[in-house]
Design a protein around this ligand. Structure first.
Ligand code: GUN
Ligand code: FE
Length: 430
């Protein structure tokens, strides 16, 4: 067994329904075979277990590993394409790069960049838009397995609107998705997701094929995009003859296993439907700002009881850090004035951890309670850096957490653990 020692912050009780941030200064976690089996003040735990190895994580903050509920594998190399709205950005930036993934050698080079990007930002679990090509999706699962992350992903499918080399057919999408699910779903920490790119690029027949795969793979997830951009939404309404959420729901895709990204411009009936289905919205604030998609109406989601978590949406999003996404989520609500939802540090941590774990159906992670797996990130800024100065002057745990969101970057990540094991190259070297 291993005893982890540090300042522990997590949100086992939902702050959106009155739960408070849990703070344990000099807390201890006893971890056996990746599971947290005891938790208390470090000194008490040490007295009870004097012979166990101690991992000393003082001098920073220990948080649950971040859960990124929306991120695109084939877009690592196009982060930073500024100045375009969604549909132009797709045509000029994202889709040409995604087409390069048909070359397995290219995909094999991108996969470690992507998985390392997640891990080095402190992300331990993610729902990932794979590629439009099955061999590239295999490479992603292989790399995630090698580095040890919890990945849910799958083949991205489309059969209209995009460039020809990204298109498939319903029959091919069905066969390739099932074959991939067969290879990866439930293997190690991997799980499969059914991923029509967005209703704009998917015919009714293709969405029906997605519904069939979802029904045939027990425990699989569904994810896509929804209500991101006004022009996109108008085109979907014209093509589908329903509201955006309905285009998925009528094929049985919406449920508690579903994550829809963005939802910047929902109608009330859609929010009601999402709440009824238990579907989660992945809020992607840096992407929404980069593409000028709009300010996320969080208060309306909360009022309707729609579940919300955070996504980086790399590569429209500007990096892998859920600290940055949390800060940008806060900014967006501030900019909404009286329509904004007042987010505090506990809300931000919850959105970046427990809410994401719930969205992905990962009951075994999300906070640092006894019985959970030890998936954690240690923020350990180097001496003299802005975050180190900020933490040194924090009034309490909540204030320290606010400073982590305001100042923290992947450079401040001192270590990342999944199932109690240090992930690859994330150990602090200082
Ligand atoms: N809608 C369809 N595809 C995409 C994508 O790759 N990124 C974003 N932000 N929205 C999308
Ligand atoms: Fe996206």
């Amino acid at each position: 067994m291993t005893l982890f020692r540090g300042t522990l912050l997590d949100t086992p009780a939902d702050p959106f329904t009155g739960g408070a941030l849990r703070v344990d200064v000099d807390g201890g976690l006893l971890v056996r075979d990746g599971e947290i089996v005891a938790r208390s003040a470090y000194d008490d735990l040490r007295r009870a277990h004097p012979d166990e190895d101690v991992v000393d994580l003082r001098g920073g903050l220990v948080l649950p590993g971040f859960v990124d509920t929306h991120v695109h594998f084939p877009q690592v190399r196009v982060i930073g394409g500024l100045g375009m709205p969604l549909l132009d950005w797709l045509d000029r930036c994202a889709l040409p790069e995604e087409a390069r993934m048909q070359d397995p050698a290219y995909a094999a080079a991108v996969a470690p960049e992507f998985v390392r990007g997640l891990a080095s930002a402190g992300t331990t679990s993610a729902l990932v838009f794979g590629a439009h090509y099955a061999p590239a999706v295999d490479l992603l699962f292989e790399e995630a397995s090698a580095q040890g992350l919890r990945i849910t992903s799958g083949l991205v499918v489309s059969d209209r609107r995009l460039r020809d080399d990204l298109l498939t057919t319903p029959a091919r999408a069905h066969a390739e998705s099932l074959a991939l699910a067969d290879r990866w779903h439930g293997v190690g920490r991997n799980r499969y997701a059914v991923i029509p790119r967005f209703a704009l690029s998917c015919s009714e027949e293709l969405l029906a094929a997605c519904g069939a795969v979802l029904a045939e793979v027990p425990g699989a997830m569904f994810t896509s995009h929804v209500n991101e951009n006004e022009r996109e939404i108008a085109e979907v309404a014209r093509l589908c003859g329903t509201h955006y959420t309905g285009s998925y729901d009528r094929h049985g895709l919406c449920g508690p296993h579903s994550v829809l990204a963005h939802d910047v411009h929902p109608t009330d009936p859609e929010l009601e439907l999402m709440a009824e289905r238990g579907t989660t919205v992945a809020h992607c604030p840096t992407s929404n700002a980069t593409l000028g998609s709009g300010l996320f109406p969080l208060a309306r989601h909360v009022a309707h009881g729609v579940r919300v978590a955070l996504g980086s949406d790399v590569g429209a999003g500007t990096g892998f850090s859920l600290l940055k996404e949390g800060l940008q989520a806060y900014f967006a609500q501030q900019l909404l004035g009286p329509d904004g939802y007042p987010l505090g540090p506990a809300h931000l941590l919850h959105l970046a951890t427990a809410a994401g774990a719930q969205a992905l159906g990962l009951g075994e992670v999300g906070d640092l309670s006894v019985g959970k797996r030890f998936d954690a990130v240690w923020l350990r800024p180097a001496d003299g850096t802005p975050l180190a100065v900020g933490l040194a002057h924090a009034a309490d745990g909540e204030d320290a957490l606010a400073r982590a969101f305001a100042l923290g970057t992947p450079a401040d990540v001192g270590g990342v653990w999944v199932d109690g094991a240090l992930v690859g190259e994330t150990a602090a070297v200082r």
